[in-house]
Design a protein around this ligand. Structure first.
Ligand SMILES: [Zn+2]
Length: 496
């Protein structure tokens, strides 16, 4: 293809352009026949989203991905670029990437007529054929479709076929490519009508002037499912033109979720100290997101993005890196307690329900981490006898450890706690594991027992015996009534 430089050569080559949806379909068919991987980097969708996506593309549909935030919707749309031809011939300089063999705009048609076979052609790479727009209520027809200068238009006495005075918007610039609109319901109704007209009729009115634009675009969208189905958010004729609605979802298993986070999180800090993240730390980080998605204090409608565990793991590694650098350790091994240092990456990633707001984002996040630790620990230490260790604390022992304690100190200071090292070994320690790895395993056991409320942890004393179950004696100045005030007929235990 690179050998073709003029319109004449292009004509002789016998190559002709296909509509973009046909081109994408053809390339998908070829990939399927060759058994090539589709949408590399998209994990956990092999049996759900990908087959529906393939069907939509085979059907040459415009489609919409419906899902909550952080479900790889934008990533899938960007992945469509791989299904375009590596490059296509265009009229050089044309803003709407006109096909030299069938130009739309007046100036290209004039060029073809006057220059003929001598007209040079350019090759447009596939990456330049993907246009993306985040819909917001203030997006205008001028942004989307384009604008004209009405005075110029009036002076020139323009008719339908004339677009010489037009300033093109995003959609025409996506001609012969893919146009992705994220969060479609946020687009004003008027703009949706404009999109629909272009799709359906190939023309649109701008400032009262009819403009003809027979564009060739694959339209793809994303939306939050509730916004999309809400009555009146999407104009019916546009909805009608969207061939497929495909639902995305959060990872179904912790394993899938860990694989995504492993792929996306920046944990290999090349050039600095080597990083070794224990598997149980990865599990806890992931479990925080699973807990958050199921927590009634957190708004289900907006969801909890996969970016929560990704950024959390990055901060967890950074906290461990900071400790390793301060203590001159040679390897960075994150601990479960480092997850608490990752609160800044957690609190902003969810919207709270009223009940959550009462508790506060930070406390909600701490609760999530604690139950995540408890869950992972219970899974790994199911049926394991932890009594010896718990007794050591019940007999008055305490361990003043924190997330800044050097690994060697964690190991020496816990040496006298009978049975603790044995438990730590069960967290998957290899024989002769380095001090930072041993310290992390010990930390995991202590945090696990804390989450199970068998021992306690406070800033002042570190780890200590569990606080005795509160058998609270009412103080004299306090009325002797139930702590919780029950409101008749209401399940809620608070006033609102
Ligand atoms: Zn043109």
């Amino acid at each position: 293809m690179a050998a073709i430089h003029t319109l004449g050569e292009l004509r002789q080559s016998g190559r002709h352009s296909r509509p973009v949806k046909q081109e994408i379909r053809d390339n998908l068919v070829r990939k399927l026949q060759a058994g090539e991987p589709l949408f590399p980097g998209i994990i956990g969708y092999d049996e759900t989203v990908i087959p529906q996506l393939v069907n939509a593309i085979l059907s040459r549909h415009n489609f919409i991905l419906l899902g909550l935030r952080g479900q790889a919707k934008s990533r899938i749309l960007r992945g469509l670029v791989d299904l375009l031809d590596a490059q296509i011939p265009v009229v050089p300089g044309c803003e709407i990437h006109d096909d030299p063999l069938a130009p739309l705009c007046a100036s290209c048609r004039t060029r073809v007529a006057t220059e003929g076979d001598e007209m040079p052609i350019a090759w447009l790479p596939r990456e330049a054929r993907f246009v993306e727009k985040l819909a917001t209520p203030d997006v205008t027809i001028a942004d989307m479709v384009g604008d004209i200068d009405p005075i110029k238009a009036a002076q020139a006495g323009l008719n339908l076929a004339d677009e010489l005075t037009m300033h093109y918007g995003l959609l025409p610039r996506a001609n012969r490519g893919i146009f992705a609109v994220n969060e479609l319901p946020d687009l004003a109704g008027k703009i949706q009508v404009g999109l629909f007209n272009i799709l359906q009729e190939g023309d649109v009115q701008i400032k009262g002037y009819p403009i003809r634009l027979k564009l060739d675009v694959m339209l793809v969208f994303t939306a939050n499912p509730e916004d999309y189905t809400a009555r009146g958010k999407i104009i019916t004729p546009l909805k009608d033109r969207i061939g497929s609605e495909i639902r995305t979802h959060y990872p179904a298993t912790r394993g899938n979720a860990m694989a995504i986070t492993k792929q996306e999180a920046w944990t290999d800090r090349s050039g600095a100290l080597p990083v070794d993240v224990p598997e149980y730390v990865r599990e806890v980080v992931e479990e925080v997101a699973f807990q958050a998605r199921a927590d009634r204090k957190i708004d289900k409608r907006s969801g909890v993005s996969q970016r929560l565990p990704i950024t959390t793991l990055e901060l967890v590694v950074s906290n461990a890196e900071r400790r390793a650098l301060a203590n001159k350790e040679s390897v960075v091994v994150p601990r479960v307690t480092d997850v608490y240092a990752a609160l800044p990456s957690i609190t902003g990633k969810f919207e709270l329900e009223y009940e959550g707001e009462l508790r506060g984002a930070e406390q909600v996040a701490r609760d999530l981490i604690r139950s995540a630790v408890g869950n992972v620990f219970s899974g790994m230490f199911d049926g394991v006898d932890t009594r010896t260790v718990v007794e050591w604390f019940d007999l008055g022992g305490s361990l003043p450890l924190s997330d800044t304690t050097p690994a060697s100190a964690v190991v020496t200071e816990t040496r006298n706690v009978q049975g603790l090292r044995d438990l730590a070994d069960q967290a998957g320690l290899a024989k002769g594991a380095s001090a930072p790895l041993v310290a992390a395993a010990i930390d995991f056991v202590l945090e696990g027992l804390t989450a199970q409320k068998k021992i306690s942890r406070s800033d002042e004393r570190g780890y200590a015996a569990a606080e005795a179950a509160p058998r609270r004696q009412p103080r004299r100045d306090e009325p002797m009534i139930d702590e919780e005030i029950r409101i008749p007929g209401s399940k809620k235990k608070y006033y609102n």
